[in-house]
Design a protein around this ligand. Structure first.
Ligand code: IPM
Ligand code: MG
Length: 360
């Protein structure tokens, strides 16, 4: 099969890790006789430097026209001025919104060989396998009004937490579908004791829960959820929540795995956009940032990006067995001692990828 992939390496370590994922995809395409056509575009600080914009209309159009987008990271001290006209992060938000990728899947698994890398006690980590679904195109990030003004002699700023029922329905429904292939437990996280948007969230989640009697549904307040994530993470299966809560909880959850450098993510739109099947437009990215402190030194962990490429094969291309081949190779490499510096080892970005490629 043939697929068109737009690469957005971005800033900092982004280009280093995207490059390694492409090497893995090239091996997969050779072995399984697919063609992956790559086109590279600018987004983030590098795009601001070139054109003054964190993402151009042409780049967004090119991403929309492709089968999937693989993204590295954006941002860095060079573009951190709070008064700047544009910021690298704005490009990412425009891309998510523009592609309509409302569901951000962030799987968090603890590899048994890496239990000692997490600050949590080993007995808490056994059996941790969580899939967080973060709503990605609504809530506080996008709600209107969003403004800064001077009112009654004071500076005032407003962000709006807004959700429509259909926005909640589509992501919670996906959470239930995904839970069916797992341990059949959905934890819906909200702040329904305080927020109106959360009361609507809970109401919609409850309705959808009734349509799926084979899946257990729990509602947990976000403050309690943040505690449970470190106190009893193995009890969680699929967690579904609004945009900002999901942003915060997934950074917390990444600590369980021992390094942010290990974790992939997939951001999906409506299904059936491609080929009438279950395949979806997707944006794939590691959950780590641009890590300006180590950029250019060739020591970044490529695993999060390589596993993101595996998710791309699974969700956008429906190549499940090829996705599993990559995931198994990563697991084996780690089990057999392959470690980048964030994992306490000495391998460079390229050497870590070589270890994975040898096991494909
Ligand atoms: C993430 C990041 C982004 C977000 C930033 C870079 C805008 O923290 O993907 O979690 O807040 O969504
Ligand atoms: Mg974040």
């Amino acid at each position: 099969m043939e697929f068109n992939i737009t690469l957005l390496p971005g800033d900092g370590i982004g280009p280093e890790v995207v490059n390694e994922a492409v090497r893995v995809l090239d091996v997969i395409s050779g072995k399984y006789k697919h063609s992956f056509n790559f086109q590279e575009r600018l987004m983030g600080g590098c795009s601001i430097d070139k054109s003054g914009k964190s993402i151009t209309d042409e780049t967004l159009a090119d991403c929309k026209a492709s089968d999937a987008v693989l993204f590295g990271a954006v941002g860095g001290p060079k573009w951190d001025d709070p008064n700047a006209k544009d910021r690298p992060e704005r490009g990412l938000l425009a891309l998510r919104k523009g592609l309509g990728v409302f569901a951000n899947l962030r799987p968090v698994k603890v590899h048994p060989a890496l239990v000692d890398r997490s600050p949590l006690k080993p007995d808490r980590l056994t059996g941790v396998d969580i899939l967080v679904l973060r709503e990605l195109t609504g809530g506080l990030y996008f709600g209107q009004p969003k403004l800064r003004e001077v009112k009654d002699g004071h500076e005032r700023a407003v962000d709006t937490l807004e959700y429509y029922d259909y926005e909640i329905r589509r992501i919670v429904s996906l959470a239930f579908e995904l839970a069916k292939g797992r341990r059949k437990k959905v934890t819906s996280v909200d702040k329904a004791n305080v927020l109106e948007s959360s009361r609507l969230w809970r109401q919609v989640a409850t309705q959808i829960g009734k349509e799926h009697p084979d899946v257990e549904l729990n509602h947990v307040l976000v403050d309690t959820a943040s505690m449970k994530l470190v106190a009893a993470p193995a009890s969680m299966d699929v967690v579904v929540t609004e945009n900002m809560f999901g942003d915060i909880l997934t950074d917390e959850a990444s600590v369980l795995a021992g390094s942010m450098g290990l974790l992939p993510s997939a951001s999906l739109g409506e299904s059936g956009l491609r080929s009438g099947g279950e395949a979806r437009m997707g944006l794939y990215e590691p959950i780590h940032g641009s890590a300006p402190d180590i950029a250019g030194s060739g020591i970044a962990n490529p695993v999060g990006t390589i596993l993101s490429a595996a998710l791309m094969l699974r969700y956008s291309f429906e190549l499940e067995s090829e996705a599993c081949v990559i995931e198994t190779a990563v697991e084996q490499a780690i089990a057999e001692g392959a470690r980048t510096t964030d994992l306490g080892g000495k391998l460079t970005t390229r050497q870590m990828t070589d270890e994975i490629i040898q096991r494909l």
